[in-house]
Design a protein around this ligand. Structure first.
Ligand SMILES: [Zn+2]
Length: 159
């Protein structure tokens, strides 16, 4: 899809809320058209001091990609290059309307789950949605996909 941003977060959800916060602050057209972005997992080596020893540990961090729009109101697609697929943890987008995920989103979710399975990858991919009333919800299973479940913390998120 696009460029990964610099700020890293301890969880995929914190990164998703950060991305939505950035849209609220910097992308005025989000009330008219959809914006979408990805959450990617990055493993980096972190050197920590333990007593008088330096210990290298591997740490998982999460980044969002630069939000993009295709100027549609509900037709956004997950556009992930194959090499990025193993790092993909979530797909996030906005709706210029209220309510839950659309049937188009559900089809996109099923298609993406199939691609992940075909590539023999094991991760779960979560879909996050922010509607125009700034309600964030998430879904990661086909069951109950369209209503999803509410996610809180948007007001306090760091962009
Ligand atoms: Zn949608």
């Amino acid at each position: 899809m696009s460029k990964m941003t610099k700020t890293s977060y301890p969880t995929a959800e914190a990164a998703a809320l950060g991305g939505f916060r950035r849209i609220l602050l910097n992308y005025s057209r989000w009330t008219d058209v959809e914006y979408g972005f990805l959450i990617l997992e990055v493993t980096s080596e972190v050197v920590k001091q333990r007593g008088n020893e330096k210990v290298t540990t591997r740490e998982k961090r999460y980044h969002y990609t630069e939000p993009e729009t295709k100027n549609t109101k509900d037709a956004i697609e997950v556009d992930v290059p194959v090499y990025e697929l193993p790092a993909l943890r979530a797909f996030c987008h906005t709706h210029p309307t209220n309510g839950g995920f659309s049937s188009h989103d559900f089809e996109t979710f099923k298609k993406l789950s199939r691609v992940i399975k075909d590539k023999k990858l094991k991760q779960e991919v979560v879909f996050y949605l922010m509607s125009v009333n700034q309600q964030v919800r998430q879904s990661s299973t086909e069951e109950g996909f369209m209503p999803g479940t509410d996610v809180s913390g948007l007001e306090k998120a760091t962009p």
